[in-house]
Design a protein around this ligand. Structure first.
Ligand code: HEC
Length: 124
């Protein structure tokens, strides 16, 4: 009887040990997404603008902002004709930094908007 009990527990431990070895593929490990998509479109940029800039650049604009940034065409036009990238890239506290009064956007958001411009300001 003792022998059977011993055998039972030994095989239990063995089974648990073997079954706890899982398989990790390289796909699992590489699943951490690259923060900048291959081609950046307005869909990637919109959440940043909506979350920060619309406090003033709404439609109609508030707090003395000269234009709204609510649509793809608005934002594209501001990059092309209103120096948007230069304004978000200024240093903290520097004159003309957007968002007005700071804080400066996180560098990753600025990089994303710069990349959007480099990729041709696509909508989708
Ligand atoms: C607190 C209000 C406020 C917020 C938030 C804000 N802006 Fe502005 N923005 C202004 C005002 C006021 C002006 C006009 C005065 C100036 O240029 O400093 C302006 C001007 C601009 C201009 C220049 C327009 C021109 O024709 O000269 C751009 C581009 C701009 N903002 C982009 C942005 C972006 C992008 C964001 C978000 C990252 C943002 N702003 C957030 C108030 C704001």
């Amino acid at each position: 009887m003792k022998k059977i009990t011993f055998l039972f527990f030994t095989s239990l431990v063995l089974i648990l040990t073997i079954s706890s070895c899982t398989q990790n593929t390289y796909d699992d490990i590489e699943a951490e997404a690259d923060p900048i998509p291959e081609i950046v479109t307005y869909q990637d940029v919109k959440p940043i603008i909506d979350g920060v800039c619309l406090a003033c650049h709404s439609n109609p604009p508030q707090n003395g902002a000269p234009m709204s940034l609510v649509s793809y065409v608005n934002v594209k036009e501001a990059v092309q004709n209103r120096d948007l990238i230069n304004k978000i890239s200024k240093n903290e506290g520097e004159d003309g930094l957007m968002p007005l009064g700071g804080p400066r956007l996180p560098q990753s958001s600025i990089d994303l908007i710069v990349e959007w411009n480099n990729d041709g300001l696509l909508e989708n």
